[in-house]
Design a protein around this ligand. Sequence first.
Ligand code: FES
Ligand code: FES
Length: 162
Amino acid sequence: MSSIELRINGKDVRRSVEDHQLLVSFLREDLGLTGTHVGCDTSQCGACVVSVDGATVKSCTMLAVQAHGCSVATIEGVSQTTSLHAVQEAFQRHHALQCGYCTAGLVITAIDLIERVGSQLTRDQVAHALKGNLCRCTGYQNIINAILDAAGHLDVAAQAAE
Ligand code: FES
Ligand code: FES
């Protein structure tokens, strides 16, 4: 067992974990953050994507002990208010989900992409960024539309805040 301290969705967390425990299992089973999903166990589907120190990570490929000292953001923390995050609202507006199993990973991936590229984001860039996120339901077009829409909205919000 190892003792780890990390920040999750803005809150300090201290726990003992098995050295072989995956980050995704720590989030889901130890902390009850079940919005992060496990879709494959082979590092392909992206349902488990979270943000670790500002970079997207498939949490089934990282040990919980490796997150010691890190700041982790999961889908539960993307909005600090009772409202949805702009990317979540765009997914709703564009019908960018059906079963929703992939959605948390896609939203975390999209937020990271938008924060890095902003409103200059192109359709090709979004498609490329989603290569690690599998969706078996939607065909991706509405997901890409939602992310492009959110990129515009987020940029407008950022400008208004300046
Ligand atoms: Fe992590 Fe599929 S569960 S990539
Ligand atoms: Fe069902 Fe993406 S909405 S897997």
